[in-house]
Design a protein around this ligand. Sequence first.
Ligand code: CTP
Ligand code: CA
Length: 223
Amino acid sequence: EDALLKSMPLFGKKVLVTAGPTYEAIDPVRFIGNHSSGKMGFALADELAKLGADVTLIAGPTSQKATEVLKRIDVVSAQNMFDACTAIFEQTDITVMCAAVADYRPKTVSDQKIKKQDSDFNLELEKTVDILATLGKKKKPHQILVGFALETNDEENYAKGKLEKKNLDLVVLNSLNDKGAGFKLDTNKITIFNKALERTVFEVKSKNEVAKDICNAILKIIK
Ligand code: CTP
Ligand code: CA
């Protein structure tokens, strides 16, 4: 049994996967969020675990359940996710940043429910920290860093820009223009770029099958 374990392609690898949206509080009852279901990230985390990896899944608010992953840390905000990621990043061999992290959050969080006024209401927002870009700066040569790019236009150029700017080994492009790709769907359509900017285009598949394609792209780098 031990020999079987050791023969798994990601045996002994420490892997970090993030998944789901983040919620940025406005007041005790309201938040800014997005439509991420967490499905893609959970499928990836389970697939990596099936390949023998020691996976830690850091999840934003989601109803998903991981079946193979043993270590799960639930977070709410971008800042929570940043703290959880940076706490373990140094120990990880592979990090896959699948979460749909909010880019902005309310500048102040009211500790009481904000009451309706007769006038209109302006909410001031400030930038959140870019978790992936921060990890890209800390990355050591032995570490593999994978990011996603969600685009609606000029997709390939934006995706390649993110690969370079954030110091990634792979970027997974998710184009909302593609039929079969989207937040709530069980299917996805991706294009992967590696560091050499080589492009691999995949068909529409179930998110579980897409997870396998992404794992194969990671395995190619390791070999
Ligand atoms: N990401 C992150 N921290 C943020 C924002 C994004 O770690 N504060 C990560 C996402 O998890 C994803 C990648 O960066 O892996 C790209 O996210 P995306 O939203 O597509 O790109 P942004 O760099 O945020 O740029 P924009 O939203 O303007 O396209
Ligand atoms: Ca963004």
